[in-house]
Structures are given as structure tokens and as C-alpha cells.
Design a protein around this ligand. Structure first.
Ligand SMILES: [Zn+2]
Length: 489
């Protein structure tokens, strides 16, 4: 991609006041501290393998707790018991805060300290996954951009606001979670269900990375799809491989399901939080039409096996991918079961029940009797045709969550917009995410004003992940200015 995309400059609607200029100048002075902190965070291993496999990451929570305490923040670690067999295993959530002089609103910074696993063999020798090595103004390491960089910016922003001595109302808070990468069973999902008062806030900024080259300023995530991960178990009849059973071989049932789903599985549409037209308007406020075409035409390095075109329509509809399949014991034995996992990503406004209704209707077209998990209504149960039929497929839930979105024009949304203009002198760009963040669990629990944005980098979840150090200073300024403006509004 050519690097010559120029973002249109604008004059901020709310320019920086004297106080604010002084406040932001502290970030310039502390730039090195952001990098140093990020490096330390990357060097402390905080792997998250699975919701069901305990891995001790207390060290990184103790490190951040000590640091915040030393800076004078009121800090607490909340213990969440691990669901496995051993009784003493647990995960932490960190809550750290300080209050302004007067009563007011609460603004929360949020981030996840866990990192996804890595294979060190795939990384360049000089930039190992836990090294935190800096090369050409990039800090390498697993979790560097996803998302210890955002956390470092948030922590330094808090420190600066505190040290500045500038007055504000209400409370500024930091909430760090242990397992965003596995959907938050011990972090955002747990805390929103069991400790809602502790983690609730009037507004929350989740510091996930969101600067995407060739842009040099963050795009602001206002919503995300709901992950609905399910497993289909197809039931067939076993037999000798020399006597085919095309209709009752469990693999055949599953593959017919896969093949027909592309055309016949009709999932109800929902209005996207950002429509195509709105997205185009946001983009054109930001870049010229010719640059927009360049961004659109960009496909990156493409694997020759990849036959799929880049498809922006996935931002506006519910999607599904079949992701795991498992069947068979021997080449000459017809299998009686076949397990198939699917990853549905639902638009906001589509409930899990509505999604399941669509799956049930699709199964009816295939003449498959389907059973749903307890607690869900099954449309086939009202259909006499399926009354005496044996079950062809059972659906079980791996995880379900609904899509969610925040209105960008709330009071807080407007403060984000005007702070953004003041820091970057360009028009803010909003986006809707296909993947989830802890923000999804927060919105689902009824928390208001959740936005997701942070620094830039590359290769999240991949080898040679890095944080682009040139993006950290301005992101810290943005967090700080938003906090200052919001807590004085
Ligand atoms: Zn992340």
C-alpha cells in the first residue's frame, strides 16, 4: 500500500484551551514513560489458552496493582474463581481509581491484559514474543498491540491527569480484565453479571488497537457483532463402507447442511449501526475520493489459494463460518455422528432466539429434525410433520452473545468527537466491528457509552506482532483530553 494517503485537515470545533494545552504538553514530556511501561508489560507473560485451561497470570496483575498504588491510586484486585476442578485457582480483575474534588460522572478506561498463544519458531529471532524489543520505532511482542499498548496509554493518561493537579469532577477509573481473548468468563462477562456496581461507569473507553494503515489516527469502534458459537451434531447410521448410505451417513448430512446453508439459510436482516452511506460519508470527510479508491482497492498480500474477494458487506449483515468438523473412525466404516462447529456473528438487534429460529427453518427445508438447547423455543415442535421423526441434528451452544452498538451523538460521543478534532485536526471516523471486545459484554449488561479505540500496530494474533510507537503519544493525549473534558462537563 502506498503511504501517500493524506488525511484532510480541519479546524477543530472546540480548540484547545490554555489548561488543556498545558495538560497535553505533559504527554510530550512523558512519551518515553509510555514506551517503557509497554515494554515491561510485554515482558510479563500473560497467556490465555482457553476458558477451561487455567494459566496463572497473577504476576501482571500484581505488577499493575503495585504501579497504580505507587502512583497514589486507590487500587483493588477482584478474585474470580476458576471454573475447573482445583479450588484455589482464580483470575484477577484490577480496578484502580481516583476522584476529583466534586461529585460528578465516572469515566472508565478498560483493557485486557491477557495475550493469545504464540509459536516462537515463527517469530524473527531478534524480536522474540516476550522480548519487548524495539526496532525502527516498533515495539515487538505478543500482546504489544493487542492490547498492552492501549493499556500503557491509559495508565500514563491517568498518571498525568493526577499529577497535573488540574481540577475535575467525578471519578476516573481503570478496569483491567484477564480473559478478553476467550470472551470474558472471568473478566467482562463475569464482572458485569456479579460485580456490576464495581465496573459500571457513565462512559467507558476500551483501548483496543484501531489505527489502521494508511491512516495515522484511530478509528472509533462504536459497536460490534454478537458471537454465537455453536456445535451441530449430526446423527446418522453406521455401516460398512462397501454399502453406501448417502442419506444417513452423518458426514453426508453435515456436508449437505454446509452446502445448502450458503443459499438457503435466511437470517433476518437488521439495520446496521453505521449504514453504507454513513460509512462513506465518514471516509470522505477524512480522505479524498481518489485516496478512498486506493484504500478500497488495497487487498494486501494475497494467498493464491484465497478465492474470496474482500467483502465489505459483512459489516452490514449477520454472517457465519463453519470452523471445525469431526467425524469417522475408520476408512471402511460409515460414521453415525459428525460434529460441526459454526461461528455466527449477529448484527445488533438480532436475538439468539431469532438466529435459532432461522436455523430451525433452514433445517425444516432440508427435512432435518433439529433439537435446540433447553430454554429456547423450537419452531419444529409446533410442526406435526416432525413430531415422530428421529433427531437428525442437535445444536449445542459454545458461547452466545448479542451484537451491540453505542450512539456516537450522545454527550460523551460528542466529547470524543471534539477532543479527537483537537488532537488530530482531522474528522473522527467511526466504525463497526465484526469481532468482539470486552465492550460487547458491557453493552449487553446495559452499560452506556462504550467506545473502543486505541493505538496502531500490526500482526495482532500473528507472528512478529508489534505496536507502532509513533502512535502512542497522540492516543494518550486523546484519552487524557476526553477524560478532562468529560469530567468537567
Ligand atoms: Zn484485544
Amino acid at each position: 500500500m502506498s503511504e501517500d494517503i493524506t488525511e484532510k485537515k480541519i479546524i477543530p470545533r472546540v480548540p484547545l484551551k490554555k489548561n488543556e494545552k498545558i495538560l497535553l504538553s505533559f504527554v510530550d514530556k512523558n512519551e518515553q514513560k509510555i514506551t517503557d511501561l509497554l515494554q515491561k508489560l510485554v515482558q510479563i507473560e500473560s497467556l490465555n489458552f482457553s476458558e477451561f485451561q487455567y494459566h496463572n497470570i497473577d504476576k501482571i496483575f500484581e505488577f499493575t496493582k503495585d504501579l497504580m498504588e505507587k502512583e497514589g491510586f486507590k487500587t483493588e484486585l477482584f478474585k474470580v474463581p476458576f471454573l475447573g476442578k482445583k479450588k484455589n485457582e482464580s483470575y484477577y480483575n484490577l480496578i484502580s481509581s481516583f476522584e476529583g474534588g466534586k461529585k460528578g460522572k465516572t469515566l472508565q478506561f478498560n483493557g485486557h491484559l491477557d495475550i493469545v498463544p504464540f509459536n516462537p519458531d515463527n517469530w524473527d529471532e531478534e524480536t522474540p514474543p516476550l522480548g519487548g524489543v524495539i526496532k525502527e520505532n516498533k515495539l515487538y511482542g505478543r500482546g504489544s498491540i493487542d492490547m498492552k499498548a492501549g493499556i500503557a496509554c491509559q495508565m500514563i493518561a491517568m498518571k498525568i491527569l493526577k499529577e497535573s493537579g488540574l481540577k475535575f469532577k467525578g471519578k476516573l477509573k481503570l478496569w483491567l480484565t484477564p480473559d478478553e481473548e476467550t470472551h470474558g468468563a472471568y473478566g467482562s462477562a463475569y464482572m458485569t453479571k456479579n460485580n456490576f456496581e464495581v465496573i459500571n461507569a457513565d462512559a467507558t473507553i476500551v483501548g483496543e488497537p484501531s489505527i489502521r494503515k494508511p491512516m495515522s489516527s484511530p478509528s472509533i469502534g462504536l459497536g460490534e457483532k454478537g458471537p454465537n458459537w455453536v456445535k451441530f451434531t449430526f446423527h446418522g447410521v453406521a455401516g460398512h463402507g462397501s454399502w453406501p448410505k448417502p442419506k444417513s451417513n452423518a458426514i453426508n448430512k453435515a456436508t449437505r447442511f454446509i452446502y445448502e446453508a450458503e443459499r438457503k439459510l435466511k437470517i433476518p436482516k437488521r439495520k446496521p449501526p453505521i449504514t453504507k452511506i454513513q460509512q462513506l460519508k465518514y471516509m470522505l470527510k477524512r480522505v479524498n475520493y481518489s485516496d478512498l479508491k486506493k484504500i478500497r482497492a488495497y487487498t494486501g498480500e494475497k494467498n493464491p489459494l484465497d478465492k474470496d474477494k474482500r467483502d465489505s458487506s459483512i459489516l452490514y449483515r449477520t454472517t457465519f463460518s463453519f470452523t471445525e468438523i469431526n467425524a469417522g473412525i475408520k476408512t471402511n466404516v460409515i460414521p453415525d455422528t459428525c460434529e460441526l462447529s459454526a461461528d455466527f456473528r449477529a448484527m445488533p438487534g438480532l436475538t439468539t432466539q431469532e438466529l435459532f429460529d432461522a436455523i430451525v427453518k433452514f433445517c425444516s427445508k432440508l427435512k432435518y429434525r433439529i433439537e435446540l438447547p433447553e430454554g429456547y423455543n423450537n419452531l419444529q415442535h409446533e410442526n406435526p410433520k416432525f413430531k415422530d421423526e428421529p433427531t437428525d441434528v442437535t445444536l449445542s451452544i459454545i458461547t452466545v452473545g448479542e451484537g451491540s452498538a453505542t450512539d456516537p451523538n450522545t454527550e460523551f460521543g460528542k466529547i470524543i468527537q471534539n477532543s479527537y478534532e483537537a488532537v488530530y485536526a482531522t474528522s473522527p471516523l467511526f466504525h463497526f466491528n465484526t469481532g468482539f471486545s470486552d465492550g460487547g459484554n458491557m453493552r449487553e449488561a446495559g452499560m452506556k457509552d462504550i467506545f473502543v479505540f486505541g493505538p496502531g500496530g500490526r500482526n495482532a494474533h500473528n507472528a512478529n506482532e508489534y505496536a507502532d510507537l509513533s502512535t502512542l503519544k497522540d492516543v494518550t493525549k486523546l484519552y487524557l483530553l476526553i477524560a478532562y473534558r468529560y469530567l468537567n462537563s
